[in-house]
Write a protein that binds this ligand. Structure first.
Ligand code: ATR
Length: 281
């Protein structure tokens, strides 16, 4: 039996993004709160890029204690906060903000640890010495590059529609390992061990044009996007007979658990939430 919940208004948390209506974060944080007997509410805030700074600060001044940040605001959030954790400094992208009573807004990035937890613990992937291809060079990609390189990959290639952004990201992380940046058209075989889709193309029902030969029978294709059924990326991977495909549900739940830990000091168990999501989706 969990202890009874505290009386008084619940602490307020939420997700800021554009769009956010599709988000499962309220469901996930609701389950975490129940399991850990934390008295809180978690809401969705759809805020466009032009209003991000003003409206997000307004949420904090109106009593919100913590926010998750999703596309397209992760880099803007890194500029909004007063302090960054070391991993958010490295990423220059923030997916979690905590508001402390001394008026500090602390920005963190739990995307990378969320992805690594899902790959290693849930999907049993050993990343050491692997050839990894990361598609996309936006806020979602930024968060995962450092934690991936810490796993001593053989090589990490960042491919992006806009070449300049892929090259810039590769240069920023060059001190951490073998990393390069290119366009999708410049990609070449041999097949990768792991391909991670961190573009937001799936949201538009699209998939970047990619050369053949990147996917082999040993390739795991991981789409950070999530939703019901296949995504354009997982369909592409299946058509090329990838070893397996995965969507970002596990990363979503693991990064949420890390955000919850920052806000509440408790890391909730993720398995019951993953099991519940598997039934709903
Ligand atoms: P996020 O926080 O999800 O990373 P973002 O910072 O807006 O959101 O970045 C979106 C990423 O998806 C970028 O890498 C973007 O490519 P560009 O840098 O060229 O803009 C990529 N992207 C979005 N739509 C895409 C599409 N239809 N095809 C290929 N890449 C796309």
């Amino acid at each position: 039996m969990n202890p009874p919940l505290e009386a008084g208004p619940p602490d307020q948390y939420g997700l800021v993004g554009h769009p956010v209506a599709h988000s499962w974060s309220p469901f996930i944080h609701g389950m975490f709160a129940k399991a850990t007997a934390q008295h809180l509410v978690y809401r969705l805030f759809d805020i466009a890029a032009d209003d991000f700074r003003r409206e997000t600060l307004r949420l904090f001044t109106s009593g919100v204690r913590g926010l998750n940040i999703t596309l397209p605001h992760k880099q803007a959030a890194a500029e909004l906060v007063n302090e960054l954790t070391p991993r958010a400094t490295r990423a220059q992208a923030v997916n979690t903000i905590a508001f402390f009573e001394d008026t500090t807004l602390l920005g963190d990035n739990t995307d990378g640890v969320g992805l690594i937890c899902d790959l290693e613990r849930n999907l049993q992937v050993d990343l050491a010495d692997k050839r990894v291809l990361l598609l996309g060079a936006g806020g979602a990609a930024r968060g995962v590059i450092g934690p991936l390189l810490e796993r001593e990959l053989r090589v990490l290639t960042i491919a992006n529609r806009t070449l300049f952004k892929a090259r810039k990201l590769a240069a920023e992380f060059a001190d951490m390992g073998q990393i390069g940046g290119c366009t999708f058209a410049e990609l070449q075989g041999p097949p990768c061990d792991l391909i991670i889709n961190a573009t937001s193309a799936s949201l538009q029902g699209e998939m970047p044009e990619m050369p053949d030969g990147l996917v082999g029978e040993q390739t795991l294709c991981y789409d950070m996007a999530y939703g019901r059924g296949e995504t354009p990326f997982t369909l592409w991977a299946r058509s090329l007979h990838a070893r397996s495909t995965a969507k970002g549900w596990g990363m979503l739940v693991e990064q949420a658990a890390e955000s919850f830990l920052l806000w509440r000091g408790i890391r909730p168990s993720t398995q019951p939430v993953l099991a519940a999501l598997a039934q709903h989706t």
